[in-house]
Design a protein around this ligand. Structure first.
Ligand SMILES: Cc1cc2nc3c(=O)[nH]c(=O)nc-3n(C[C@H](O)[C@H](O)[C@H](O)COP(=O)(O)OP(=O)(O)OC[C@H]3O[C@@H](n4cnc5c(N)ncnc54)[C@H](O)[C@@H]3O)c2cc1C
Length: 262
């Protein structure tokens, strides 16, 4: 029997992310949102482990009230229950404050054997939260997991795929794992399960429900300060050389001479 908690983040479903010019915070209200794509693999892996070893799959998400949608989607896939961490008091949290707040909720939820996360979030993109969380919880952490090989005698053995290497690793449970894209094929929830999930209740935790050091949450708990937010300068488009390769080479040499590069 395994008690698994999956960390699921709601992310904007658009590349046109807007930043509030006054607060430098992401504008989330009214922006179409989805389950962070990498977290879909974490939900699916948790369900596969539950089918193999038995146990329970819980979803934990921190975000605005609308983040309930991603928890409901995970429950439609088959998760047993879900908790939303949502409070204005958490606004402005960088990754350290986010990990601290999530760790307080996990401590309140009771003993988890495994905490599964996506490799990274599609919006913040730092991949920092899982390792920071593991540190707060005093758990081992393995990142970039591409296969869970075995769970036995309180240990979990995995394969990791990094940019230029593959590796095997083992950690004692409880542990935090971050999962790579492609580790499995996330199932599509059936319509009747989507409808059922719409009526399932989700526990919402606020700052008063947790044992927190106020100085470690929100902006005051965020060592990262956004100094400036700006859209990167659009690269001036180059031009394409046409004609035969000889014609292209002489055109290129001509351009390089004109620009006094050669
Ligand atoms: C100064 C500052 C202010 C910010 N203010 C805000 C703000 O007001 N509101 C806001 O939403 N963001 C805010 N952000 C962004 C926010 O800090 C990050 O998005 C958040 O800490 C997660 O980091 P990440 O997106 O890089 O996730 P990663 O570390 O890349 O995520 C890796 C994995 O961790 C888990 N995870 C990450 N975040 C969550 C979550 N929230 N819930 C559940 N699981 C999660 C998921 O499994 C995910 O796949 C702010 C950032 C900074 C620097």
């Amino acid at each position: 029997m395994l008690n698994i908690v999956v960390l699921v983040k709601q992310v904007p479903n658009t590349t046109q992310v807007k930043i509030d010019p006054v607060t430098n915070n992401l504008v989330r209200e009214g922006v179409p949102s989805i389950v962070n794509p990498y977290d879909m693999y974490a939900i699916e892996e948790a369900l596969l482990l539950k089918e193999k070893f038995g146990g329970k799959v819980s979803i934990l998400s921190m975000g605005p009230a609308q983040a309930k949608e991603v928890i409901k989607y995970a429950m439609a896939m088959g998760a047993d229950d879900g908790i939303l961490l949502s409070d204005r008091a958490f606004a402005g949290s960088d990754t350290l404050a986010t990990s601290y707040t999530l760790s307080a909720a996990l401590s309140k939820m009771g003993k988890a054997d495994l905490v599964l996360c996506g490799k990274q979030a599609a919006d913040g993109d730092t991949a920092q939260v899982p390792a920071e969380l593991a540190e707060y919880l005093g758990m081992g952490c393995i990142t970039y997991v591409s296969k869970i090989c075995d769970i036995a005698d309180g240990k979990i053995t995995v394969e990791r795929t990094l940019d230029f290497a593959e590796a095997k690793a083992e950690v004692s449970m409880p542990a935090v794992l971050t999962l790579n894209k492609g580790i499995n094929e996330p199932r599509l929830p059936r319509l009747k399960d989507m409808v059922k999930a719409m009526y399932m209740s989700i526990q919402v935790l606020k700052s008063n429900d947790l044992t927190l050091d106020e100085k470690r949450i929100s902006l005051s708990g965020s060592p990262t300060q956004v100094m400036k937010v700006f859209s990167p300068e659009r690269k001036k488009s180059g031009y394409v050389l046409n004609g035969s390769s000889d014609e292209q080479v002489s055109a290129l040499v001509g351009e390089l001479i004109k620009r006094e590069i050669i």
